[in-house]
Design a protein around this ligand. Structure first.
Ligand code: NAG
Ligand code: NAG
Ligand code: NAG
Ligand code: NAG
Ligand code: NAG
Ligand code: NAG
Length: 206
């Protein structure tokens, strides 16, 4: 292979690799609280981690996920309303600014993994509203400041595509277009004429 071609090929490979690395590094999954997870010990009245300290140790960007490792003894409430957050109570909260995530039909006490995508730039508040706010008051709450980062990936910024509907069934229709056929024939005979002419030219030259 010529040296220049080899260099270009290596450059292209390096660029592709850099792009892959950048894409992979653009979004982070943050396990809330780290190893101890999102748990409350009702006997000790304490949270499994200091979530404010944990949140302060991380950098959050749009498209990142918070991964709550928990069970049904805790809830995951996300709110953009500071009043709701300070009150540790989502009972009167509006559906527009407060969301509850649950991990499906897990049995009581069963381990759950709840992924929450970060789709709002700025302050996002999280808490558990179990035990009339006792968990929240005793540490089950934190705020994250979401930066723009790499921006929302298409998978989170676009509404899901509309459901697929199959096109209506109709018998196939063949349309006969005589002028199109004539045009084809004309160009074919012109091609033949051109061939004959170039052959003639060759014969004349030699
Ligand atoms: C982050 O979590 C989401 C949701 O569970 C998942 O789809 C994605 O693959 C995870 N990304 C990484 C890099 O682990
Ligand atoms: C909860 O706290 C009590 C008292 O501190 C302790 O004995 C118990 O092991 C803790 N439970 C868990 C699951 O950590
Ligand atoms: C926050 O929620 C409370 C109800 O819980 C509501 O009265 C208030 O208007 C909300 N604040 C904002 C800024 O939407
Ligand atoms: C869930 O909470 C109840 C009551 O607070 C407690 O008895 C139970 O051990 C907890 N289960 C787990 C798995 O933490
Ligand atoms: C836990 O703390 C709350 C106050 O936040 C208190 O009312 C409750 O009695 C405490 N429970 C235990 C088991 O210490
Ligand atoms: C978390 O740690 C900070 C100090 O780093 C402390 O001020 C705060 O009270 C702690 N929060 C809880 C719930 O223990």
């Amino acid at each position: 292979m010529p040296a220049a071609a080899a260099i270009w090929r290596n450059l292209a490979a390096a660029a592709t690799f850099a792009l892959l690395v950048a894409t992979a590094a653009a979004y982070t999954n943050h396990t809330v609280g780290g190893e101890p997870g999102w748990f409350f010990n009702a006997t000790a009245n304490t949270s499994s981690a200091n979530f404010s300290d944990w949140a302060a140790s991380q950098t959050f960007g749009l498209g990142d996920y918070l991964i709550f490792i928990t069970n049904t003894n805790q809830t995951v409430i996300q709110t953009f309303n500071l009043t709701t957050y300070d009150a540790c109570n989502a009972d009167d909260a509006s559906d527009d600014d407060t969301f509850e995530y649950n991990g499906g039909n897990a049995a009581f006490g069963e381990r759950l993994t709840i992924p929450v995508p970060l789709t709002h730039e700025g302050l996002n508040y999280f808490f558990s509203d179990t035990d009339d706010g006792v968990q929240c008051v005793n540490g089950m709450r934190f705020a994250v400041d979401v930066k723009h980062g790499a921006g929302l990936p298409p998978s989170l910024s676009q509404p899901p595509p509309p459901p697929y509907t199959s096109p209506p069934q109709s018998p196939p229709v063949t349309i006969y277009n005589p002028s199109a056929n004539r045009a084809l024939r004309t160009s074919a005979s012109m091609h033949q004429a051109a061939c004959v002419l170039s052959l003639l030219a060759l014969v004349l030259l030699f």
